[in-house]
Each structure stands twice: as structure tokens, then as C-alpha cells.
Design a protein. Structure first.
Length: 318
């Protein structure tokens, strides 16, 4: 897909500057090259990278930032909610308020003007460039407060937002003390770059390649290999059809590891009000292969609508 360099999607709006993010991304990628030096390799470092990747990416970002905080697909005790959010900060994709506001804006304007990583602007843009190039669709501070009234009013989330860089420094220092530079290079640089890029695949690949089970009015696709890499978030067409659903893999063959984690939390009595599409909603929603009527879309007007999506979602009971 052709990349549209510098295209203005919102005339009259001043693009936000992503130079600081760009410098950070450059440092991370350069640091990853250190893994090519033989003396920095250790199997323990690789294990640390794998464990932290699944913890920060699978639990912190996919379960925490995405399904729990952005879409309120489930509820957990406050202590667990805060713990998962703190783990999400260690994914190094920003504080929870910025991440949630950006994702809610994405759903409100998916693949159109106002979408921070509009899939129609090309693969490079939606994969990574939207983060560090001038981007008029990136939420401003005022918009972030409006899009996240639930998080912005909570002192703990504001604390995570202000201090997110210090959490990275603390984790890096701990890895250095416990395992030396090998653990830092693999557990920080390699792990974070991998997580950033697989998350980006949901924005880029899963908005261009794959199949559409539901007509959602955007380019969202279900992509099996992106789903495997992103703990189930690659079943993206399902997600755009039912954003509040805790389960993204809706068919028997659509493996969703984050959903399995949610099931475990529920079995342990740590998750409640788990939201899933009702049978009636699934029957009403258009299947592209059958070419039925378009699904009704929830319009986000003013602040982000945090009311239960009673038309399409029911609470899952054991």
C-alpha cells in the first residue's frame, strides 16, 4: 500500500510533534543491535526477554491497557487492576491515559480522518511512523482528559502517566543488578522493540490483510499470525465489530490467549462482569459471506461513551 507522506487528514488542526518519541525509538532500535555482539548473548537473557514480553505485552498491554482499561470488558479487584496497569507501563508504550485515549480515538474514527494510525495512510504510517512524525490526529492533552474521564480522575493512573519513564529506569537497573548487561539488552531493548512492532502489526497488517467476518465500515481484518503474536488481538475485525467483548477470537479456531487468561482469572474469582457478544447480537451482525444488512455502529459523540453496550454485549456468567 502506498504511503502518503505528510498528508493532512484534519485540515486546520495543528499536527503534534513526535520528535521525542522518535528519538526514544531510535535509541531502542540501536540498543537492540547490541544483541548481535556475541558477548552480550546468554540463554538466561533470552528467557528473561520471553517472560517479560509475555508479562508486559500479554498481561499488561493486551489484557490490561486494551481490554480492561480501554474497553472495560471485565472488572477485577482494585489492587489487581492497579497491578496490571503498572505492568502495562513496563511495556514502554506510554502511560495508561495516553494509551487508552489514543485507542478510544482510533475506534471513534477508525481508518478515517481523526484516526491516529489510519490504516488508509499506508503500512509504514500505521505500523510506526504515526508515533514520531507530525500527526494531527494524535490526541491533545485536553482531548485525552475528555476521552478518559474514568482514568484521568484517578490519582493512581495520573501517577503512572507522570512517572512511566522512571518505571523503565527502575526495571533496567534491576535487570543490570540481577543479570548484567545481557539481561538489560535482551530484557529491555530486544523485548521492547519486539513488543512495539507486534503491537504495530495490529494497526497495520490487521487493517489490510486477512478476512472480515463482520462488516464494520472500516478496514479491520482477522489475521491468524498477527493474533498469535499479539496474544489474540489480531482477531481485529471481531474486535471492531464488538469492541467491548473480552473475547476477540470468537470462532473455535480463533485462538486467543488473553481470553484464556481472563477465563483463569474468572475461575479464581478475580474477574467479574466479563462482557461477551450476545447470541442475538452475533446473529444480527453482518457476515460478509452472507451479505446481510450492515451492523449498527455506535457513534462516539462528545466524550467516550462508557455506558454498557446493552445492544451488543451481555455479561458472561459461568
Amino acid at each position: 500500500m502506498q504511503h502518503i507522506s505528510g498528508e493532512s487528514t484534519l485540515p486546520g488542526r495543528i499536527p503534534t510533534d513526535g520528535k521525542g518519541t522518535g528519538i526514544g525509538l531510535l535509541v531502542l532500535h540501536l540498543g537492540t543491535l547490541l544483541a548481535l555482539i556475541p558477548s552480550t548473548f546468554s540463554w538466561s537473557g533470552v528467557v528473561v526477554a520471553i517472560v517479560l514480553c509475555n508479562l508486559t505485552g500479554g498481561v499488561g498491554l493486551s489484557l490490561g491497557y486494551h481490554r480492561m482499561l480501554t474497553h472495560q470488558s471485565l472488572r477485577v479487584p482494585r489492587w489487581l487492576n492497579y497491578t496490571i496497569a503498572a505492568i502495562g507501563v513496563l511495556g514502554m508504550e506510554g502511560g495508561p491515559i495516553t494509551w487508552v485515549a489514543t485507542h478510544r480515538r482510533h475506534h471513534a474514527h477508525s481508518d478515517s480522518a481523526g484516526d491516529p494510525h489510519n490504516g488508509r495512510r499506508g503500512l509504514r504510517w500505521s505500523q510506526l511512523e504515526w508515533l514520531y512524525q507530525p500527526n494531527e490526529a494524535r490526541p491533545t492533552q485536553d482531548e485525552m482528559a475528555r476521552l478518559t474521564p474514568d482514568l484521568s480522575s484517578d490519582p493512581f493512573y495520573r501517577f503512572l502517566e507522570r512517572t512511566n519513564i522512571f518505571w523503565q529506569i527502575g526495571l533496567g537497573a534491576a535487570l543490570l543488578l540481577l543479570g548484567g548487561w545481557s539481561w538489560v539488552i535482551w530484557g529491555m531493548f530486544v523485548r521492547v522493540v519486539f513488543t512495539i512492532h507486534v503491537t504495530g502489526l495490529v494497526n497495520s497488517v490487521a487493517h489490510n490483510f486477512g478476512y472480515q467476518t463482520y462488516r464494520t465500515g472500516d478496514q479491520s481484518r482477522n489475521n491468524w499470525w498477527v493474533a498469535l503474536l499479539t496474544w489474540g488481538d489480531g482477531w481485529h475485525n471481531n474486535h471492531h465489530a464488538f469492541p467491548a467483548s473480552a473475547r476477540h477470537g470468537l470462532r473455535w479456531f480463533e485462538f486467543d490467549s488473553t481470553w484464556l487468561t481472563i477465563c483463569l482469572l474468572k475461575a479464581l474469582g478475580l474477574a467479574r462482569d466479563v462482557r461477551l457478544p450476545s447470541a442475538a447480537a452475533l446473529a444480527r451482525t453482518l457476515e460478509v459471506a452472507c451479505d446481510e444488512a450492515l451492523q449498527e455502529r455506535v457513534e462516539l459523540v462528545g466524550v467516550f461513551d462508557l455506558r454498557p453496550m446493552t445492544a451488543t454485549i451481555e455479561h458472561h456468567e459461568a
